[in-house]
Design a protein around this ligand. Sequence first.
Ligand code: PBG
Length: 329
Amino acid sequence: MITGKYPKLRLRRSRKEDWSRRLIRENTLSGSDFVLPIFLTEGKNKKNEIKSMKGVYRYSVDNLSSIIDRALKNKIPMIALFPNTNKKLKDAYGTEALNENNLVSRAIVTIKKKYKNKIGIMCDVALDPYTSHGHDGLINKNEILNDKTIKILIKQSLLQAQMGCDVIAPSDMMDGRIGEIRNELDKNGYEKIQILSYAIKYSSSFYGPFRNAIGSKNLLKGDKKTYQMDYSNVHEAIREVALDIKEGADMVMVKPGLPYIDIIKEVKNNFKIPVLAYQVSGEYSLISNAIKNKILTKDSIYETLLSFKRAGANAIISYYADYLDKILK
Ligand code: PBG
C-alpha cells in the first residue's frame, strides 16, 4: 500500500542506518532454521574430505562427536544421515539397506545413545546408496519398478524407526510410498515417527557432487527422469504435495533449492504444511567454488540461504549448516 509520494515519501529513510534496517527486517536466519547433512563412511577415526564438495567430509561412526557438538552449539534441530556404502556391499536389490548393522543403523544407535533427544535424526529412504546400478529402486530391463520397490522401502523405513530415527524422509519418488510407509510404521507401533516427504524432487543436474559423495555417480546407468520430476512443471508439483499430504506426510521438501525458489512459494501459498528447502550439493559446490575463485564474496552464502526463508521455507537443508558460527555472525 502506498500512502504518499516523493518528495514526502522516501523509502531510503528507513535504510539509512543499520539499526533502522534491523528494525524493519522481515526475515532472518538462525540455527533453528537448519538441517545438517552428515555423510558416513566405514572405518575408525575417519574424517575424509569429499573431492566434489570441498569443506564437506565423510565421518566414521566413532568420529561423529565433533560435528554433532558443533550442530548443538549452533542450535541446529536436526541432522540428516547419508551413507557411503562399501561398493562390495552393493547389489541390484539394495540388500544392504535392510541390514540392521549397516552404516546408517550403527550411526543412529550411536548418536541416540550419546545425545538422546537433544537433536533430531532424519534418514533418507531410497535404495541408491545401496544399489549396484545407482538407482533409487529395483530395476528390470531399464524400468524402475514402483510397487516392488515400495515393498523394500517400507522395510527400510521400519528398520530406521526401530534403530531410533525420528524423521523418515523418503527421497525415492515412487508413487504411493508415503501412505504405504505410514501404514507400516503405524502397524508396528511407530505412529509417533514423523514423515518428511521429498514430495517435489526434480530430476536435476545439481545432484552430481552428492552422487560422488555416496559413491553412486560412476555406477548410475542412465538418468532418473522416469521417477524424479520434470523441472518444467509447476502444477504437477502441487499434485505431488497434495497426494503426499493425503497419504500422511508431516512435512514436505522442495529440492533442489535456489533454481526452484518459485516452487517453495507456490507450495506455501497452496498448503499450510511445513516446507523444507534442500540447497543441494551442486548449489553448494557452485557457490563455494565461486568464493574460492574470488568471483563471489562469502556474503553470497547468507544471501542465498535467506532467500529460502523469504520464499516461505520453514527450514533449510544445507551443507553450510556446519559453518553457521561464521555465516550467522
Ligand atoms: C537420494 C538422494 C539424492 C540427494 C539426496 N538424496 C540424490 C539423487 O536423487 O540422485 C541429493 C542431495 C544433494 O545433491 O545434495 N535419493
